[in-house]
Design a protein around this ligand. Structure first.
Ligand SMILES: C[S@@+](CC[C@H](N)C(=O)[O-])C[C@H]1O[C@@H](n2cnc3c(N)ncnc32)[C@H](O)[C@@H]1O
Length: 787
């Protein structure tokens, strides 16, 4: 793409950089004309969109190589590697290699099933057997392997049926005799097992709890913010106000090997590749079909195999291979279909551009005309073209043209590529910039840096771990209706995702007519006002007008503040960057407005308000409470030195080489931070947190609790006391308290429960299954108390 950009004449670049929405048709036409006469452009398009040059197609040779490697790993009992090799082979294997008796894909599924069985992943093994049978229903080895998996799962009745089918289909007499022997053993086992557990085989499903929003919202015009959502009645915390499926969604590049390309959930060991290209991996056939449509459904071989069997066995076998996905309703939004065929533009272009392609493909699929005119109007999303930098405007022009040519090759629909259609795509790209939501999942990371899911509860031997919560970014999506919610750095609504569905809940009670606002990322407590404003300008191209950025709050004053030179003064000293930003806000206030009602603000900056909005000494570096001058340069130097030492502790923690000397040094540095920084400065909270984790690793648990609490006390000044960030910190605290058998853990867990139910309502246990474990621990304390 850089070569294309470099070749564009300066005059065209300038015209694009200076363009407004009204100029778009002509700037797009200029650039398009230039590319049409520029040979390298056509070469790039051919490489990106012509299946002849595609790098993501199926290849029998590559599949066989990976299969061979998998077989070798299996022989060496390296099952994890063998699993990986068979999955790679499945990604590359064309479905039509081999006949129905020895199809390559079916063989690979059975090889992988054998590995999964050895790894005791029985449900996954069962699913792979079924996948093999959906391709080759008369594959005796697959029925045999399925019987083994069912038997290991205690599912004896199915195991016997599978083995009976295998016996009929097995061509060799020797094989039949062996199966008969195994059938006898299985029947004996079955008789001796009093309770025959029938474990139903289910595809991985993107399950969600069917809760519907109960509250009516209104969309109105809001000064300085465009349209926005408001409540039509009083809404209590924890209420669900909106849920929505995406208009279009895309997985992030870094998650392609770990998450399902359709539902974005974690991939299981028996991940399912696309049938026609080697790009996506899915958690189930259900997701594969939903992403690709009917053509991605595997229809079993039509023959009379099962008709020749005793009727009950034939019925059983037919049911097995037709299970799950064959009757599923398929939506017409097939996000992957137009990207499939082995072409590699969907892998090479940036995620946002591929997302724009998905939006357009959806439109073209449902549109009666093959023209892209008026598309933007029908999408009804706001955009920020006017505020984009010259560089971004040029990039969006180039990508719009490239994308349209790639789509024309891939979609099968012919549409005209001209100034009009290109300008529509440029606008879509700027709509994505403003309206796109990042999909995140919660993950647990323990003090040893090991990650897992909160569904995996700590064993007693892990008692010295702290459990941290980490948010993993997995995808990007456009939710049309949710795009009408504006941003606030002090939000009263919270968005989260289960599978592909977006849910929006009210976190703080709101009155009728109140604006309902989410955070697009920045939040009071996370960054100071200046950083938030800069971020929103860079990422979303607007100047934030929210309450957090226009009214004084303690967090913005103290988050990066220095300590007053007077050791007994609790006033904050600001450097110029923060000072100037706060001055802007302070101008609008009088002491009676705010300070009398707010002890915290009084504590850190009383003098500013006493002067009723006047400039305090006109410069940064003076205490906002007592007016004393502070030499910020020497404070900066002392803080930098202390932070180097804290960083050393963090590095030692990551390399697991923590020593008491490193902790002692960090404690001295913490003291220096306390002397130089304001008591509520975020750096102190972070240092306290690092020291708490270090003490946890060396098993000084009480000291760990003390530092963890100190960190939380500061964060409670920066965020609301019932912010989700506080709940994440309490998760760490409670896990150490539980290790100490400390009954005050109950208090922490109750607070976590309360905060999570306001942010996630009835979905709290689904999003964060670790909560169930924590509640269980509370019950244990209660039982102990009664005894
Ligand atoms: C996702 S849209 C929200 C809906 C939008 N107001 C509309 O009319 O369609 C994001 C855009 O809304 C506006 N916006 C959202 N929050 C804002 C805020 N706190 N201050 C100023 N503008 C805001 C900005 O123009 C931003 O680009």
């Amino acid at each position: 793409m850089e070569s294309l950009k470099a070749a564009i004449p300066e005059s065209v670049k300038r015209a694009i950089g200076d363009s407004n929405v009204e100029d778009l048709q002509s700037t797009c036409t200029f650039l398009h004309r230039f590319f049409l006469h520029f040979d390298p452009f056509h070469q790039i398009i051919a490489q990106l969109a012509d299946p002849k040059y595609g790098l993501c197609g199926k290849s029998k040779e590559d599949a066989l190589k990976s299969k061979q490697l998998g077989n070798e790993c299996f022989s060496n009992a390296d099952y994890a590697k063998a699993l990986d090799c068979y999955t790679q082979a499945l990604r590359k294997a064309p479905l039509d290699v081999g006949d129905m008796k020895s199809n390559l894909v079916a063989t690979l599924y059975i090889n992988r099933a054998t590995v999964l069985h050895r790894m005791s992943l029985l449900v996954e093994c069962l699913r792979d057997c079924t996948h093999a049978l959906q391709i080759c229903p008369s594959y005796a080895k697959a029925w045999y392997r399925r019987s083994k998996a069912n038997a290991s799962l205690g599912n004896y009745r199915n195991a016997i049926c599978d083995l009976n089918v295998a016996k009929i289909l097995e061509p060799s007499m020797g094989g039949k005799r062996q199966i008969e022997g195994e059938l006898k053993i299985l029947l004996d086992q079955c008789k001796s097992t009093s309770a025959m557990v029938q474990i139903q085989h289910k595809e991985n499903s993107c399950n969600t709890v069917g809760e519907m929003p109960q509250v009516k919202l209104q969309c109105i015009s809001i000064p300085d913010k465009g349209r926005g959502m408001v409540s039509s009645c009083v809404i209590s915390p924890g209420s669900l106000v909106h849920s929505e499926e995406p208009y279009a969604m895309i997985i992030l590049k870094q998650c392609r090997q770990t998450h399902c390309h359709y539902c974005l959930n974690d991939l299981p060991a028996d991940r399912v590749p696309c049938l026609s290209c080697s790009i996506p991996l899915y958690c189930s056939h259900q997701c594969q079909i939903r992403a690709g449509g009917q053509m991605f459904r595997m229809y079993p071989e039509k023959d009379d195999t099962f008709k020749k069997m005793p009727s009950d066995l034939g019925e059983y076998a037919s049911e097995v291979i037709q299970s799950n996905d064959s009757e599923q309703e398929i939506e017409d939004i097939t996000e992957h279909k137009h990207e499939c065929r082995g072409v590699h533009w969907p892998v090479v272009l940036p995620s946002e551009i591929v997302l724009a392609g998905r939006i357009l493909a959806r439109f073209l699929l449902n549109s009666t005309s093959d023209s892209i005119i008026n598309f933007v109007e029908r999408l009804e999303l706001s955009h920020c073209y006017k505020h984009m930098s010259s560089e971004s405007k040029l990039d969006s022009h180039i990508y719009a043209i490239v994308l349209l040519y790639c789509l024309q090759h891939s979609c099968g629909t012919m549409f005209s590529i001209d100034g009009v259609s290109i300008s529509q795509v440029v606008i879509i790209i700027s709509q994505i910039k403003v309206n796109c939501m990042t999909i995140v999942r919660l993950k647990s990371i323990d003090a040893h840096g090991l990650s897992g899911h909160f569904g995996q509860f700590p064993l007693k031997s892990d008692a010295h771990s702290t459990s941290n919560v980490e948010q993993v970014r997995v995808g990007k999506a456009i939710y049309k209706a949710a795009s009408l919610f504006n941003h606030s750095c002090r939000p009263n609504a919270h968005a989260y995702f289960l599978s592909r569905t977006l849910y929006l809940r009210i976190t703080h009670g709101v009155a009728a007519g109140c604006q309902l606002e989410l955070s697009y990322g920045p939040q009071v407590g996370l960054w100071d006002c200046k950083d938030r404003l800069n971020f929103l300008k860079d990422e979303y191209a607007f100047h934030c007008q929210c309450i957090g950025c226009s009214e004084v709050n303690v967090s913005d004053i103290v988050l990066n503040a220095f300590h007053c030179v007077n050791p007994n003064c609790s006033g904050a000293v600001l450097e110029s960057r923060v000072h100037d930003c706060e001055q802007q806000k302070i101008k609008h206030f009088t002491i009676t407005d705010l300070v009398e009602k707010n002890d915290d603000i009084c504590e850190v900056s009383l003098n500013v308000f006493k002067q009723n909005g006047a400039h305090i000494h006109g410069q940064p570096g003076y205490c906002l409470k007592c007016g004393s001058y502070c030499d910020l340069e020497s404070s900066h130097a002392a803080v930098s030195e202390a932070l180097i030492c804290i960083k050393r502790l963090q590095d030692a923690k990551s390399s697991k080489e923590i020593s008491r000397i490193t902790i002692s040094d960090a404690l001295i540095s913490l003291q220096s931070l306390r002397l130089n920084l304001h008591a509520y400065n975020k750096l102190i909270a972070e240092a306290e947190d690092s020291i708490a984790q270090a003490f946890c690793l060396v098993r000084e648990l009480q000291l760990s609790v003390d530092h963890c609490k100190a960190s939380i006390q500061i964060l409670e000044k920066l965020y609301d006391t019932d912010d989700i960030v506080i709940a994440y910190e309490l998760v760490k605290l409670s896990s150490i308290q539980l290790s100490l058998d400390d009954s005050t853990a109950m208090e922490s867990i109750n607070r976590i429960d309360d905060i999570f139910s306001r942010y996630y309502g009835r979905h709290a246990d689904l999003v964060f299954p670790y909560l169930q474990y924590l509640r269980g621990e509370i019950e244990k304390f209660s039982v102990k108390a009664i005894q």
